[in-house]
Write a protein that binds this ligand. Structure first.
Ligand code: ADP
Length: 472
């Protein structure tokens, strides 16, 4: 068939261009690696050389020098691609390659005009075979890359090597000395050349498969990574929950003595009243007014004890994670119920200004814990300072769409050096401190889309302000 070679070249050129088109995702995925660029160059050269081979017999046989130069260049760049899998290729290599190719083109052109076809095939086969041996050596050196596609590539290159030599031998046996050019090559050597070029395409397919294999591996790793991250996030939540509990325990520890004292008062008074009542009843001398008076007093003591227990339960209750609309004033008074004995024993005055309508949508126990932490810190700061007129001011106001609560004391305040790490985990200036309180306050408040910050109080001392979306 007259144009069999041209048609063959045209078909393999089409396949090579198709492969190149299908590989453009490499360039659009992000920054292409050196190996990817070198392989794309090799594939472009392969596609270009096959295209010129297909057209040269019709346009001009002198184009064969260009086609063969591109052909050889494609092997060299394929070799550089294999080399780059083992480590980076220096930029100077490109200059050396281009210079070498110019020399090759000159020699080839000389042979085209003055030499025999078999000499030119000999030259191509020699360079081609050297490239294949080099590529195989580079692929064998590969460590740490487990790829079925690269293993397949070793086979295709080995076959290319065998076919290159086989074609030269076949050409020599099959009247090579009288063959003018590749379009008139004998059937056997032509068939071997076709098989060889077909395998060249397979080598490129193997590399494309390698990139796809790599992407899917990276994707699997990314999926594993993201599930590891979500496990870590869950772990973080568990840890924070643990810290919340630890902080509650610490806060209870600090206050337990005074809470016990506060509970003992109504309970002790009740006990006395009951003894008194019993005595009067036994003697049968209880008049109705006195009886009512004693019962009223018992009821008041009972209510006082119940209110302390209720406040404690609301703050230290477990597992309440649902939110509800609550009045800020109620949260403050729940906490004050707990700290009042402490305030009394340390001679601290409380000034409270709370907007009655101010409401927020939160889990009350959490915000009560924030208020308790801030009050506790203020109490400790006042206890450690030499201030005689100890005062804590609590202000709850509406500020635009936010509910704003500030707790100020006239204690020692926070030093400028310590301020940057004030809300950081485990940062404390107290000997027995844990550095948990303010970090947790910030964690809780930000979870509700709010914020917390420190200001110097007017006239000295500390002011902590937190703001939450208002539900008033
Ligand atoms: P801890 O109370 O265990 O130290 P916190 O996180 O509650 O942990 O507080 C961190 C630090 O912030 C305290 O050690 C203290 O130095 C400082 N601090 C907090 N509140 C006040 C305050 N009202 N006045 C002065 N310093 C404060």
């Amino acid at each position: 068939m007259k144009y069999a070679n041209e048609i063959f070249f045209f078909v393999v050129a089409l396949i090579a261009w198709g492969l190149l088109y299908g590989s453009r995702f490499i360039l659009t995925l992000g920054k292409a690696s050196q190996a990817e660029k070198l392989w794309l160059t090799a594939l472009t050269l392969t596609a270009s050389s096959f295209t010129i081979f297909a057209a040269a017999s019709t346009l001009s046989l002198s184009l064969l020098t260009l086609a063969n130069t591109f052909f050889i260049a494609s092997f060299i760049y394929f070799g550089l691609f294999c080399r780059s899998l083992n480590g980076p290729v220096t930029k100077n290599v490109h200059f050396i390659v281009v210079a070498g190719l110019l020399v090759f083109a000159a020699v080839f052109e000389y042979l085209r005009q003055n030499g025999l076809f078999i000499h030119r095939v000999g030259l191509i086969s020699l360079i081609g075979a050297s490239c294949f041996v080099w590529e195989l050596k580079e692929l064998r050196r590969l460590k740490g890359i487990q790829s079925t596609q690269l293993r397949f590539l070793v086979y295709t290159i080995a076959i290319e090597l065998v076919l290159t030599i086989a074609r030269l031998v076949a050409l020599y046996i099959d009247g090579g000395l009288n063959t003018p050019n590749l379009y008139q090559e004998g059937v056997i050597s032509s068939s071997i050349r076709w098989a060889w070029l077909g395998i060249t395409i397979l080598s490129h397919v193997a590399v494309l498969g390698y990139w796809l294999e790599k992407i899917s591996l990276e994707k699997t790793q990314a999926i594993q990574e993201s599930s590891r991250i979500s496990a870590l996030l869950k772990e973080k939540e568990r840890l924070i929950y643990g810290l919340l509990k630890a902080n509650k325990t610490a806060a209870t520890g600090a206050l337990s003595a005074s809470i016990a004292h506060e509970l003992n008062q109504p309970l002790g008074a009740s006990n006395l009243n009951i003894q008194f009542l019993k005595m009067k009843l036994e003697k049968g001398i209880l008049n109705p007014e006195l009886g009512k008076e004693i019962l009223d007093s018992l009821e008041a003591d009972n209510q006082r004890a119940a209110s302390i227990v209720k406040s404690l339960r609301s703050i230290f209750a477990e597992g309440e994670s649902s939110t509800e609309k609550v009045r800020m004033g109620d949260l403050i008074s729940n906490v004050l119920d707990i700290v009042t004995p402490e305030l009394k024993s340390k001679n601290i005055q409380i000034q409270l200004r709370a907007d009655d309508r101010l409401a927020i949508k939160v889990n009350p126990a959490e915000i009560e814990q924030v208020i308790l932490n801030l009050l506790n810190n203020a109490i400790q700061s006042l206890a450690n300072s030499g201030t005689l007129l100890r005062r804590i001011t609590i202000e709850a106001t509406q500020s635009g769409r936010l509910a704003r609560l500030s707790i100020s004391d006239n204690g020692g305040g926070v030093s400028a050096e310590f301020r940057p790490q004030l809300f950081e985990l485990l940062s404390t200036t107290k000997q027995s401190g844990m550095g948990l309180g303010l970090w947790l306050c910030k964690h809780i408040v930000t979870r509700y889309g709010g914020s917390i910050h420190y200001e110097d109080a007017l006239g000295g001392g500390a002011t902590f302000v937190f703001e939450l979306p208002s539900a008033s």
